[in-house]
Design a protein. Structure first.
Length: 263
């Protein structure tokens, strides 16, 4: 009998393993990964390159099937691609021939949402993300950070209960990335959407998250799940200078620098 996640669980990953077959050999990407993400929680996943972080997001989205174990999304088994999630990738992937507004509305058009609802949600998101005044701009007229804001708006248009983010700010310069971190935290506070973020930045993970999932080198296993309680995330500098921030980043770096007993 399949284990049922608690009612407060948004995403339940239970004993998941993934193997890929290549021309040379079978590759184990993930091994016995178990974690529950609660409703309205912000969880980040960090780990070495190639440890299966992005694969984990694709599993939750139903884009990849696990070799072993199971995944449930809000109590329902994930067996095929899900339409009730939002997904933000490292590249904004905007359509160059559509304006900011029309790149956002594309989500609603594909889902055949009512036109009035599309217009209302688009206006709300443009205001929320600071894109007001750029509604009719083309993607090539925007900075990288602004393009990612558009991508975030598009992912949130249908008000998904779960938002998956795969290294969305990795290509941005350091200053823009810090600004986007602050913006994302503010938007998450307003929407309270459950967020599962993959990042290579330890600082980003600790600043944004209520918990950080630290993974081992391939095959990806859960080394530790660390709760994070920063004093005031609304003040970026204060949060980053806190003792809690220092302790959590130090522990994560210690885990990432250590070899596991399985290696």
């Amino acid at each position: 009998m399949q284990k049922q996640p608690p009612l407060s669980s948004a995403v339940s990953i239970d004993g998941v393993g993934v193997q890929f077959r290549t021309k040379r050999a079978d590759v184990t990407a993930l091994d016995n990964v178990t974690v529950d993400v609660r409703e309205r929680e912000f969880v980040s996943i960090v780990g070495p390159s190639g440890c299966g972080k992005s694969t984990l997001l694709k599993l939750v989205a139903g884009l990849v099937r696990p070799t072993s174990g199971s995944i449930t999304l809000r109590g329902e088994p994930v067996t095929s691609p899900r339409s009730d999630i939002g997904f933000v990738f490292q590249k904004a992937a905007l359509l160059e021939w559509r304006t900011v507004r029309r790149n956002i509305t594309l989500q609603g058009e594909m889902r055949r949402m009512p036109k009035a609802e599309i217009a209302r949600r688009t206006a709300e998101l443009i205001e929320m993300t600071g894109l007001a005044g750029f509604e009719d701009a083309m993607p090539h007229e925007l900075s990288g950070g602004m393009q990612q804001r558009v991508s975030l708006c598009r992912a949130l248009l249908h008000q998904p209960p779960v938002l998956l983010m795969d290294e969305p700010f990795g290509a941005l310069d350091a200053l823009t990335r810090e600004q986007m971190n602050s913006e994302l935290h503010r938007i998450w506070q307003e929407t309270r959407t459950t967020v599962l973020l993959v990042t290579h930045s330890v600082a980003e993970a600790v600043y944004l998250s209520e918990r950080v999932l630290v993974m081992s080198r391939r095959p990806g296993r859960v080394l530790e799940v660390l709760p994070v309680e920063l004093p005031d995330r609304n003040d970026y500098s204060k949060a980053m200078a806190s003792a809690e921030f220092g302790a959590r980043t130090a522990r994560i770096r210690e885990l990432l620098g250590a070899r596991t007993a399985h290696d």
